[in-house]
Design a protein around this ligand. Structure first.
Ligand code: NAD
Length: 486
C-alpha cells in the first residue's frame, strides 16, 4: 500500500495531526493508498512556502527562464510517462489506452502549450494626444496574480489539474493544489517532477484532504491565497465563491453540465453513432462534456437508438491492463450509489430502459468494484429529474425531435450550459445552431476535439470565466497599465 504525503516547499510531509485517510481501488474496493490529510497548519505552511517563492527566486526569473523550466517539466512527465499512467490507472480504474493516448499526454502538453502562450502573446499599447501636443504612451504589462489555489475533481485528475497549474506557473504565479480525495496520486507524483527539473521550492505545493472542514475549505478560506481556480460540481463552486468573496479574491470556475447531443437525420449516421457513443460513455460517463441528453431527428430515431444500444452492449468490462477489456468502473462506491439511484429514479419516472440499468456480473474480487452498466433510456418527460440533473455516469436519455427550433429550445431548457455536440451535413444549419445553443463549447460533427489555444468554459451554471490559450492569461495575471507622458 502506498503512502501519499502533502508536498510543501519541495518536501513530502505528513500532517502534524497524524490524520490519514484511505484511497480504495474502484476496481475491487481494496485499500491502495494511505493519504495524509492536511489541516490548517499544513495549508498555512503551503501558503507561506508559495508566498516565499513568489518573493524569492521564482519571482525573479525572466519569462524565458520560466518557459525553459516548464518545457523541462513537460519533458520529465514524458520521461516518467509509465509512472503517471500507472498512478492514474490505480486511482480511477480507467482503461490504459485512455490514460496513454489522452489524459497523461495532455498533462505534458499543458505545460508546453502555456509556456508558448506566455512567450508569444504581445501586450497592448495606445498612443494618446495631450493638450500640450507632446502626447502620452500607454502600455500594458502582465504581472502574476500571486498565490493561486487550485481545487480539482477526480474524473481526469492529471489532465484537469495541469490544465490549471501549467498556465498559472507560466504566468509566474505559485500554486497550492488540492486534488480530489479520490485521486491524489498524480498530483503527488508531479512534486517529484518539479524537484527533478529544478522548479524552486514552494512554487508547486499539494495539500490533500476533503472539501468542507478539511484542506479544500482551509485553502479557499485562507487570506494568503490571491485567486482560486476550481473544477467540480456547481454547488461546490457556490461554496467556494462565498469563501472567495472574503477578501474579494478572483475565481475561475469549470462546473457541471447536462449537455445535449443533437443528431439530425442528414448526419453521417455511423459517425454520429460513434460520436454519441463516446460522448455518453467515455471514461464510464464521467466527463463534464458528456452528453446525458441526446436528441435525434424523428426519421432516424428508432434506428439510432438501436445502433447505440448495440455499441453500449458491446463494452468489455475489466481491469485497465486487461487487453480484452475496454471499459472501467466508476470512481467509488459512493459515486456508484448516486448513479444507481438515478437508474432507479429513471424507472420510477416512467423510462423505457433500452439497455443496462444495473450492475454487471463481475468475476472474483472485481465483484466488489464500482461497476455499472452503460444505460440508455427513452420515453421520459422533459421535466424528469433524470433528464434535468447531472448524473455523471454512463447513461443517456434519447428523445426524438421534429424541427430545428424545437431542438434548440430543448437543448437550452436547462440550468447548465457547458457544451453541445451537433451532428449534421448541412453546414448552414450547423452554424445557425452553434449561434443559438447557450453553451461555452459547441462541437460540430465531433466531440472532445480540443485545441488548447481555444477558449474553454461554461455558460449559465456551468462556469465562470474562460481558460485556454490567451484566455488563461486573463485569469492568471493582473494586467497593469502604464501611462507615460512624453
Ligand atoms: P466536487 O465539487 O465534489 O469536488 C471537486 C473538488 O472540490 C474536490 O477536490 C473536493 O474535495 C473539493 N471540495 C468539495 N467541497 C469543497 C469546499 N466546500 N471547499 C473547497 N473545496 C471543496 O466535484 P467532483 O465530484 O470531484 O467532480 C465531478 C464534477 O466536476 C461534475 O459536476 C463535473 O461536471 C465537474 N467537472 C467539470 C469540468 C469542467 O471543465 N466544466 C471538468 C471536470 C469535471
Amino acid at each position: 500500500m502506498r503512502k501519499i504525503e502533502n508536498f510543501i516547499a519541495g518536501e513530502y510531509v505528513a500532517a502534524g495531526s497524524g490524520q490519514r485517510f484511505d484511497k480504495r481501488s474502484p476496481l475491487d474496493n481494496r485499500v491502495i493508498a494511505s493519504i495524509s490529510e492536511a489541516g490548517r497548519p499544513e495549508v498555512d505552511a503551503a501558503v507561506k512556502a508559495a508566498r516565499g517563492a513568489l518573493n524569492g527566486e521564482w519571482g525573479g526569473l525572466s519569462t524565458e527562464q520560466r518557459v525553459e523550466l516548464l518545457y523541462g517539466v513537460a519533458n520529465e512527465i514524458t520521461r516518467r510517462f509509465d509512472d503517471f499512467v500507472e498512478a492514474e490507472m490505480a486511482d480511477t480504474g480507467q482503461p490504459s489506452h485512455v490514460m496513454k493516448h489522452v489524459f497523461i499526454p495532455r498533462g505534458a502538453a499543458n505545460f508546453k502549450v502555456f509556456a508558448d502562450v506566455v512567450k508569444n502573446v504581445p501586450s497592448e499599447s495606445f498612443q494618446m494626444a495631450t493638450p500640450d501636443g507632446r502626447g502620452a504612451l500607454n502600455y500594458s504589462m502582465r504581472v502574476p496574480k500571486g498565490v493561486v489555489g487550485v481545487i480539482c475533481p477526480w474524473n481526469a485528475p492529471f489532465m484537469l489539474m495541469t490544465w490549471k497549474v501549467g498556465p498559472a506557473l507560466a504566468c509566474g504565479n505559485t500554486v497550492i493544489v488540492k486534488p480530489s480525495e479520490e485521486s491524489p496520486q498524480t498530483a503527488a507524483l508531479l512534486g517529484e517532477v518539479m524537484n527533478a527539473v529544478g522548479i524552486p521550492r514552494g512554487v508547486y505545493n499539494v495539500v490533500h484532504g476533503f472539501g468542507p472542514d478539511s484542506a479544500g475549505e482551509f485553502l479557499t478560506q485562507h487570506p494568503g491565497v490571491n485567486a482560486i481556480t476550481f473544477t467540480g460540481e456547481t454547488r461546490t463552486g457556490a461554496a467556494i465563491m462565498k469563501a472567495a468573496s472574503e477578501g474579494m479574491r478572483d475565481v475561475s470556475f469549470e462546473l457541471g453540465g447536462k449537455n445535449a447531443g443533437i443528431v439530425f437525420a442528414d448526419a453521417d449516421f455511423d459517425a454520429a453513432v460513434d460520436g454519441i457513443f463516446r460522448s455518453a460513455f467515455l471514461n464510464s460517463g464521467q466527463v463534464c462534456l458528456g452528453t446525458e441528453r441526446v436528441y435525434v431527428e424523428r426519421p432516424i430515431f428508432e434506428r439510432f437508438v438501436q445502433a447505440l444500444k448495440v455499441k453500449a452492449e458491446g463494452v468489455k468490462f475489466g481491469r485497465p491492463d486487461d487487453h480484452n477489456a475496454n471499459y472501467g468502473p466508476l470512481i467509488s462506491q459512493e459515486h456508484r450509489d448516486k448513479v444507481l439511484s438515478y437508474y432507479r429514479k429513471a424507472v420510477e419516472e416512467g423510462a423505457t430502459v433500452v439497455t443496462g440499468g444495473g450492475v454487471p456480473q463481475m468475476p472474483g474480487e472485481l465483484a466488489e468494484g464500482a461497476w455499472v452498466q452503460p444505460t440508455i433510456w427513452t420515453g421520459l418527460s422533459d421535466n424528469a429529474a433524470v433528464v434535468r440533473e447531472e448524473i455523471f455516469g454512463p447513461c443517456c436519455h434519447i428523445r426524438p425531435f421534429d424541427s430545428e427550433n424545437e431542438v434548440v429550445a430543448l437543448a437550452n431548457d436547462n440550468v447548465y450550459g457547458l457544451s453541445t455536440t451537433i451532428w449534421t451535413n448541412d453546414l448552414a444549419r450547423a452554424h445557425r445552431m452553434a449561434a443559438r445553443v447557450e453553451v461555452g463549447i459547441t462541437w460540430i460533427n465531433s466531440w472532445f476535439l480540443r485545441d488548447l489555444r481555444t477558449p474553454f468554459g461554461g455558460a449559465k451554471q456551468s462556469g465562470i470565466g474562460r481558460e485556454g490559450g490567451v484566455h488563461s492569461l486573463e485569469f492568471y495575471t493582473e494586467t497593469r497599465n502604464v501611462c507615460v507622458k512624453l
